[in-house]
Write a protein that binds this ligand. Sequence first.
Ligand code: PNW
Length: 490
Amino acid sequence: DNNIPLINNLTFPDGFLFGAATAAYQIEGAWNVDGKGPSIWDEFTHTHPEIITDHSTGDDACKSYYKYKEDVQAAKTMGLDSYRFSMSWPRIMPTGFPDNINQKGIDYYNNLINELVDNGIMPLVTMYHWDLPQNLQTYGGWLNESIVPLYVSYARVLFENFGDRVKWWLTFNEPQFVSLGYEFRVMAPGIFTNGTGPYIASTNVLKAHARAYHMYDEEFRESQKGKISIAPNIMWGLPVNVTSLDDWEATARYLLFYAGWFTDPIYGKDGDYPKVMRESIAENSKRQGFPKSRLPTFTEEEKNYIKGTADYFAFNAYTAFLVNKSNTENLTPSWAHDLAISAYEGSNWLISNTSSWESVAPISLRSIMNWITGRYGNKYELFITENGFADKGQLNDTKRITYLATYLTEVLKAIFIDEIKMKALTVWSLIDNFEWADGYTSKWGLYHVDFNDPERKRTPKASSHFMENVTSTRKVPKKFLPLDVTIDLL
Ligand code: PNW
């Protein structure tokens, strides 16, 4: 019966946005040029080259500080509706303090935004993608609550200077950086804090986010009419053994300790950390002899202040893990030991050869979208701020195409079967770039960048032609996904 459409015949609705993303430290280079102050990532790569796989840095990266017009042309060639990029706090405020604003930094972002607007591409701006001014780290960085008003002054400078043209904002990319930077040591500032740092930092990040949101509401929304959110990473989990209640419980903990850590306070009804976190961290802290829980508590006033501070539901989504319970009772205090799970990649899953954590698990995306609406209601527009695949950077990137085709198909299912309000999918990344601790060994771009060429020549990959096809037909082209089945079967 032909009344039920083939999934490949479904069209992305009008207003659905296709985009691609980058981040300042990963692409700009010009790390000490035109008055930019050093960031914690400059410091980290310069002092700890052993942590970066190929001992590289983002000193030059893609040189997008000089080549931003080529980046915009790449987005334009693919027919993208939006480009997500981040602003470097130390390029705008070299010390992180508001008494010193670097006009050349403001000029750079003005030029980039104007170039986007002139080419009909919507700018989506991440205000913080991990490159804290190094000067603020000397005061403790995200562990010191004084950072909250400093972040708010930085946010004000962005709204004042760019808010006439930027209508979509993200306060933070993946606030879970607090565990990578203050526990796992794979990201700047690279310190271990005995199970305290990630929680103190997450509390300050949430307060900074909420204050920036309220400031926008009070001072800018009426004239600028933009939208603000935050982009947590949401990784899906599946129990190792589906008949084990322990594994199901571990999977639920994993979702709440990682994603719910930030989504519950903002989108949940209590404005607070998930109950499972509050209870188990309090219990562990007591057993470990701490005088109070290592997880800070919010006052009622703070909860009400944090609750509801997002205009749309943004999230990064890449992958899933199999999860089971692990016993960590007698181990060092830490976020990971509070979580008390083990996570694995499925043995027969297609995995990325260059990323240590990514496998191709498209069904996870639909599960995540349904988890969001199930837990927080179907009132927000959902905006996938990152999704993409890592390889060695070859031009004929067929696995990236399969990855994107299958994930985009899950978005169609969410729209047409689950009736979820999907607004956008933004591919990570527009161009190959500096992939944090993986340096230049793991490539995510729709465009290849030649890092041996002083000009950093950009070349379209096969996946960029795939995206061009998607944006011009507004469908997942059948030749890339031979799924000859009707949507009711999926
Ligand atoms: C994101 N994980 O990081 C970041 O937002 C980007 O800057 C980064 O380049 C991109 O994804 C690719 O890695 C992640 O452990 C870091 O699951 C870690 C994880 C996921 C995303």
